[in-house]
Design a protein around this ligand. Sequence first.
Ligand SMILES: [Fe+2]
Length: 156
Amino acid sequence: MSSSPCLRQEMGGTYFGYMPHDELVDFLNLLLEAERAGARVCARLAVDAPTTELRRKLREVQQDEVYSCGLLIKALQTIDAEISLKVGDFYEKVMALETLAERLTLLNRGQEWVEKKLRRGLPQIEDSRIRDQLQEMLVRHEVNIREMEIQLANFL
Ligand SMILES: [Fe+2]
C-alpha cells in the first residue's frame, strides 16, 4: 500500500528516516559531552607529551574538540533545544590507564567512536545547516585520527 501525500506530510521528516526532534537533541548533546571530555583529555595529555610535535598535535586536537563543542551548541540553539552542561566520563577512563601510549590509543578510539556516530547520524539529520556543521566536525575528526595514528607510530 502506498501512502498518500497527506499521510507523508503528517509523519514529517521521520517518514524519510530522519531523526525525530528528541532523538536529534540526545544525539547532539551526547556528542557535546564527549567533545568536552575529549578537549579535557587533550589538554591533560599535552602536558605529559614528551615531544614538541606530539604536544603541538594534542593542542591542535584540543582546539578542534573545543570548536566541535561550539558547532554542537550552535546546532542545539538552531533547534531551540536544551544544552547539556555535562562532561562525558571519557577523561576518567583515559586517566585510569597507566602509560601515555595507552592513553593516546584510547583517545584515538574515542575519536573513532565520534567519527562512527557522525557517519551513521549525518544522513538522518533533516536540517541541512546542522548536517553541514557536523560534516565539518566529521572531516576534522578523520584528519586528527590519521595524524594521531602517525604520532602514535613514532611514539610506540
Ligand atoms: Fe572528538
